[in-house]
Design a protein around this ligand. Structure first.
Ligand code: 13P
Length: 254
């Protein structure tokens, strides 16, 4: 089954609402050329989501959040619920980014709870997994990824999994300028797909979009997405400017 290329920009803690408006307006124009040949999304901060949704309404660019709490509401100071995201028209939500795992105590268990909340509110999860440099050098990559997949995706059905995108982001490649070679990334993506096949069956695994993330830019996007099991990218730095994000998508088109 042909998987559609999916490129999403994770803006992290960048862009005020005014800056979001300017970038979203530029992207609406520059990305129109791609029509629906590729799925495209931007994921701004919570305070900019409504602005992004408003500007990109009716365009081919979707909007995602960077986190979601698992409770419907309640005493969770500083958190945002699925109902709140759904209400403003958000379609995707990034869950379990390595920066959340590293700095904010995210675990496979909390990832799992957040995924279930996203599905409950019909938001499409982009679930991030990835190994640290120490884990890669210690030959623990597959073991770490299998644990993240099994824990993060626990108790989900094949129908649930059909709504989920996986983003493989080697932690050592994020914001460092070091990219996994296309061959190295392909080998890991194939392992991830095989693990999904074990968990959810071959058909679901074959249909799952697996993005690569970590210093992906226009220059390496073509070689990475040319790999059989690399179906797009989750982009940090190169997503913060309209020209670099547009050039990356042009090169990532299969
Ligand atoms: P960079 O593209 O800046 O390396 O960030 C990748 C990332 O973490 C996307 O979620």
């Amino acid at each position: 089954m042909a998987r559609k290329t999916f490129i999403a920009g994770n803006w992290k803690m960048n862009k005020t609402a005014a800056e979001t408006k300017a970038l979203a307006e530029a992207l609406k124009e520059s990305l129109a050329q791609f029509g629906d040949t590729v799925t495209m999304a931007v994921c701004p901060t919570f305070t900019s989501l409504a602005t992004a949704v408003e500007v990109l309404k009716g365009s081919n660019v979707k909007v995602g959040a960077q986190n979601i709490h698992w409770a419907d509401n309640g005493a969770f100071t500083g958190e945002i619920s699925g109902a709140m995201l759904k209400e403003i028209g958000v379609e995707y939500v990034i869950i379990g980014h390595s920066e959340r795992r590293q700095y904010f105590g995210e675990t496979d268990e909390t990832v799992n709870k957040r995924i279930k909340a996203a599905l409950k509110y019909e938001l499409k999860p982009i679930v991030c997994i990835g190994e640290t440099l120490e884990e890669r050098e210690g030959n623990k990559t597959n073991c770490v990824l299998a644990k993240q997949l099994k824990g993060g995706l626990a108790d989900l059905s094949a129908a649930d999994m059909a709504k989920i995108t996986i983003a493989y982001e080697p932690v050592w490649a994020i914001g460092t300028g070091k990219t996994a070679t296309p061959e190295m990334a392909q080998e890991t993506h194939a392992f991830i797909r095989a693990t999904l096949a074990e968990m959810f069956g071959a058909d679901v695994a074959e249909a799952t979009v697996i993005q690569y993330g970590g210093s992906m830019k226009a220059e390496n996007a073509g070689a990475l997405t040319a790999q059989k099991d690399i179906d797009g990218g989750l982009i940090g730095g190169a997503a913060l400017k309209a020209d670099s994000f547009t050039a990356l998508i042009a090169n990532a088109q299969k």
